[in-house]
Design a protein. Structure first.
Length: 217
């Protein structure tokens, strides 16, 4: 797939490689050569190196001295469980705080993210799956931002948990059920229901954990 040259070139190159990684078109652990991507995307080395550097920061790519780039291996079962343990510790509490603090403008932005996810769910191809993963990350990130603890917000943002979780499995059920659960979270947030938001977030994270477990069978 050739990429047309325009001002958003870096962003497009990054997006194209991100999609390949998220949809497992580039398999976990596989070598990634800059020259290969130069040919495939029909762009120069510079935006590709930039994109790979950014993806390295997000933990999706690893750079090894003298060897070069490769796709990060899938997370282990242990890491997977630990991510969910951490999320359960902080995100339900964050959703409860967000319910106390959320303003109309923030509610609007959150609803907008949820609506974009709803539209993508009807498409169900590999590209929309990787967009869905990013929007899910955004949805949870916004809630933690509204919750107001910057240290917790930064910590979760740096872990990029959603990218690693979504890369485990390409599955329609993952997206479909998450949308219903997001709707419950939104409903509790919009009625400023602290306990309801906490429960809905807890329920969503526990179910998400269960949904992705088959990736390890
Ligand atoms: Zn979610």
């Amino acid at each position: 797939m050739a990429i047309h040259r325009h001002r958003g070139l870096s962003e497009d190159v990054y997006g194209a490689i991100f999609n390949k990684l998220m949809s497992l078109e580039i398999s976990p652990g596989a070598r990634i050569t800059v020259d290969g991507l130069v040919r495939e995307l029909d762009v120069s080395q510079t935006p590709i190196r930039e994109a790979l550097g950014r993806l390295e920061g997000e933990g999706l790519v690893v750079k090894t001295h003298l060897v070069g780039y490769s796709a990060s291996p899938q997370i282990t079962r242990r890491r997977f469980d630990e991510i969910y343990e951490l999320r359960l510790l902080v995100e339900p509490n964050g959703a409860g705080r967000a319910a106390q603090r959320i303003g109309d403008e923030q509610m609007g932005l959150l609803k907008d993210t949820a609506e974009q996810m709803l539209k993508l769910d009807s498409i169900r191809d590999r590209l929309s799956y990787s967009r869905f993963a990013r929007l899910d990350a955004e949805f949870h990130d916004k809630i933690m931002e509204i919750a107001g603890n910057e240290v917790i917000h930064d910590m979760l943002a740096h872990l990029h948990t959603h990218f690693h979780i979504f890369r485990l499995m390409f599955h329609a059920r993952v997206t479909e059920e998450a949308l219903t659960e997001h709707a419950s979270i939104l409903a509790a947030l919009s009625s400023r229901d602290e306990l309801g938001a906490e429960r809905a977030m807890c329920d969503h994270i526990e179910r998400s954990h269960q949904r992705l477990l088959p990736a390890f069978v």
